[in-house]
Ligand binder design. Sequence first.
Ligand SMILES: NC(=O)C1=CN([C@@H]2O[C@H](COP(=O)(O)OP(=O)(O)OC[C@H]3O[C@@H](n4cnc5c(N)ncnc54)[C@H](OP(=O)(O)O)[C@@H]3O)[C@@H](O)[C@H]2O)C=CC1
Ligand SMILES: O=C(CO)[C@H](O)[C@H](O)COP(=O)(O)O
Length: 490
Amino acid sequence: MTLTTQGRGMLMKADVAVIGTGVMGSNLARNLARQSGHRVAVYDRDVERAQKLAADFPEADFLVASDPADLAGKLAEPRVAILMVNAGTATDSAISDLAEAFAPEDIIVDGGNSHFQDTIARGQRLEGTGIEFAGVGISGGEVGALLGPSLMVGGSDAAWQRLRPLLEPIAAKAKEVPCVDHIGSDGAGHFVKMVHNGIEYADMQLISEAFTLLRDGLGMAPAEIAEVFAEWNTGELESYLIEITADVLAHTDAETGAPFIDIVADAAKAKGTGAWTAQTGLALGVPVPTIAEAVFSRSLSSAVDLRAEGLRLAGPRPGAAATTSSDERAARIAEIGNALLLGKVMAYVQGFHEIAAGAREHGWDIDLGALAGIWRAGCIIRARLLDRIVEAFNAETRPKNLLAADYVRDVAERCQESLRATVVRAIGHGIAVPGLASTLSYYDGLRTEAGSAALIQAQRDRFGSHTYARTDRPGIFHTLWSGDRSEVEI
Ligand SMILES: NC(=O)C1=CN([C@@H]2O[C@H](COP(=O)(O)OP(=O)(O)OC[C@H]3O[C@@H](n4cnc5c(N)ncnc54)[C@H](OP(=O)(O)O)[C@@H]3O)[C@@H](O)[C@H]2O)C=CC1
Ligand SMILES: O=C(CO)[C@H](O)[C@H](O)COP(=O)(O)O
């Protein structure tokens, strides 16, 4: 019997599968089919969704599976399957379905936004089955998934060696270099993706505060503010989030003709990665206040009843703009831009601090320069300033932390007065700027040689015998507060 071309195509097995053909999975599958030169199988628990994907993009030549067992049969061995499903129980159930159908040496990749501790636990559960598990952080949204995301690979070296030829062709390129790297074992990929999202939260919060200051503080219209963001995007602030902000602010609602931003409800949702970054910072004892404030601000925005009560509280309300000369207005805009730049840089300082601490805690040898390198393209936080962060971490004398980098000091020198003036002005006008204000407090806290912690230690010793260190000699001490107030060395 002679096979037709179509008949041969039907028999050819796929080299990789994508499970979950929603926003990310459908685009990632198309990217794989186009760039990696491999045949791609697709499966979704809503089988019609996967079938529609194959019908909409016949050029991708997808093999559609009807269930996990069918998927296993459609994949060449050893199998590789990439999960693009919702984090949590959906991921657990997809993994257990696959584990039943897969065999030793197959690899299950979780490309969703899973919590890194879940990734560690899932890898442990699969140990003994011989199935490899890799948690891969993927960033870039739907366009990135289609045209080139940034990929943060966790898992064993062996898994990385097998995944590398598949992932490099589909990754974004920064100066010709694919934005994909092996970050470390087990949960390392998802850990850094979590922090990536934490920085994303902080950046979005700071940008939104800058918008509010321009609007409520200077009385500018969204279309005018769009021009400011577009202008900022030609300079040091250049980044994907600034670019899309200009785009969003210039957009008009087709139905009402109003600025689009005015018809979007003022309540921000969150899927969890920002909160995890803040919680992990708390657990590791790493200050990430700008990220935490960004999470709290989303919570406050969604606390509808509380905000309704809050409207009755005293205090200045942002009203008509203070009349300012065009020179003064230009100076204020520049000031807000500088405040935003320092805020952005400090969000990276906090994020890299958390990554370094997480790496120590979990025994991952994370190359911070390489990580900054793969964030330069494809991902949501891609920004011009990442070139400077890469330079800093790759310098011959590597800074102990990002704060010690010349670039960070230089931005601080140039922008701290603007940040201070912007926050003071916002406070005077009653405009909430939690991201900028907490960044300033973080910044000033870092600069403080002797601050308020001594009193806290003294109070702790006074009420709970928690001991303290002295400034003048080493050792741990306690004052006998309830006795003769003499001091004992512990
Ligand atoms: N959207 C984004 O910008 C980004 C998302 N991510 C992460 O990628 C993952 C996917 O996100 P996204 O594409 O937006 O989500 P979607 O909800 O658009 O798509 C997920 C798809 O997976 C299906 N699914 C769920 N459980 C299973 C299962 N057990 N077996 C097979 N299919 C299943 C869902 O079906 P059903 O509808 O029935 O639940 C849905 O079709 C998430 O972890 C997300 O956090 C990462 C980066 C960016
Ligand atoms: O991972 C992402 C981008 O990097 C996702 O878009 C993520 O869903 C964004 O988080 P949230 O929905 O909480 O705003």
